[in-house]
Design a binder for this molecule. Structure first.
Ligand code: UDP
Length: 333
């Protein structure tokens, strides 16, 4: 079975390629390297002993994508490629809508041309928006978001749902991620964004490595037990395994399913900072600053559907996440 992984050189994509190859899948990666480094493909080869086929292409480039499908018998697609910075999407909404929607629809058109019917989509808990109570359940109305980035996820979920309604022999799994952190046990893959990180764990990693002076905790006056925001952090390797399970499900089924991938537990920013310090025997410099626009006080997953439908459950602890995050951050240049 051959799987096309778009965005396969990125943080979650690369971990998923490792799990797919380890499970015996043939993997073709398409990535334009706009937010990833080419040596990730070498690192995947080092870990798995097998080099995935790699195309440096933009998924909105239909001719290039056709070439990939002509060269390989693609049975299924896992689609990660897309812009993902929430704050930047507020500044550049048109760029986000154009890129994320165009690339997905182009990919779907080419899949249709080549009779490829299995689609696993990288969605996000952001689709639950600011008004649903947590823990979030898949049947809640996912028609809101607080950023153009999040709206692209809502819209793509809609497009895939409408497509599968019109083509009921297809299968689309919409994986709604909570907050993936940590890295592969080899220390070779991890979250290494260009520029100053927006997300909490890569920022912590750079402070621990002495590359950034201190962490700013965005607000400690939220209505939560310690006043800092709570999120559902999950290990990226658990998340990658979730894609494998989703693919196995899609191979056997038709229709569309949204599935949360989270642990079901809320952890606060302050708890994560202290867990990182304890797991790695490090002291982190931090200050408490003002709230960040658009942040919700707390949310986490109801993770029961993933277990029932896909047979998936997160297995790694917060300590595992913190230790592996540091193993990667201390080694990255
Ligand atoms: N956060 C923080 N300082 C930072 C980055 C993030 O305090 O430098 C907080 C942020 O307010 C949120 C949590 O960490 O409560 C997770 O933020 P992240 O951007 O990683 O993920 P999000 O949940 O926003 O997708």
């Amino acid at each position: 079975m051959t799987v096309l992984v778009t965005g396969g050189a990125g943080y979650i994509g690369s971990h998923t390629v490792v799990e797919l190859q380890s499970a015996g899948y043939e993997v073709v990666v398409a990535d334009d390297l706009s937010n990833a480094k080419a040596d990730v493909i070498d690192r995947i080869e080092t870990i798995t002993g097998k080099r995935p086929v790699f195309y440096k292409i933009d998924c909105a480039d239909k001719a290039a994508l056709r070439g990939v499908f002509e060269n390989h018998p693609i049975d299924a697609v896992i689609h990660f490629a897309g812009f993902k910075a929430v704050g930047e999407s507020v500044q550049k909404p048109l760029q986000y809508y154009r890129n994320n929607l165009d690339s997905t629809m182009t990919l779907m058109e080419v899949m249709e041309e080549f009779d490829c019917k299995k689609f696993v989509f990288s969605s996000s808990a952001t689709v639950y928006g600011p008004n649903n109570p947590y823990p979030y359940k898949e049947e809640m109305p996912a028609i809101q978001s607080s950023s153009p980035y999040g709206w692209t996820k809502v819209m793509i979920e809609r497009i895939l749902t409408d497509y599968v309604t019109a083509h009921p022999d297809c299968c689309a799994i919409l994986l709604r991620y909570f907050n993936p952190i940590g890295s592969h046990e080899s220390g070779l893959l991890g979250d290494d964004p260009n520029g100053i990180p927006n997300n909490l764990m890569p920022y912590i990693g750079r402070v621990a490595a002495g590359k950034l002076e201190k962490l700013t905790i965005f607000g400690d006056d939220y209505p939560t037990p310690d006043g800092t925001c709570q999120r559902d952090y999950l290990h990226v390797v658990d998340l990658a395994v979730g894609h494998l399970k989703a693919l196995e499900y899609a191979r056997e089924h038709e229709g569309v399913e949204a599935v949360n991938l989270g642990t079901g537990n809320g952890v606060s920013v302050m708890e994560l900072v202290h867990a990182f310090e304890k797991a790695n025997n490090i002291t982190l410099s931090y200050v408490v600053g003002p709230r960040r626009d658009g942040d919700l006080p707390a949310f986490w997953a109801d993770a029961s559907k993933a277990q029932i439908l896909l047979g998936w459950k997160a297995t790694h602890s917060v300590e595992d996440m913190c230790r592996s995050a540091w193993d990667f951050a201390r080694n990255s240049k």
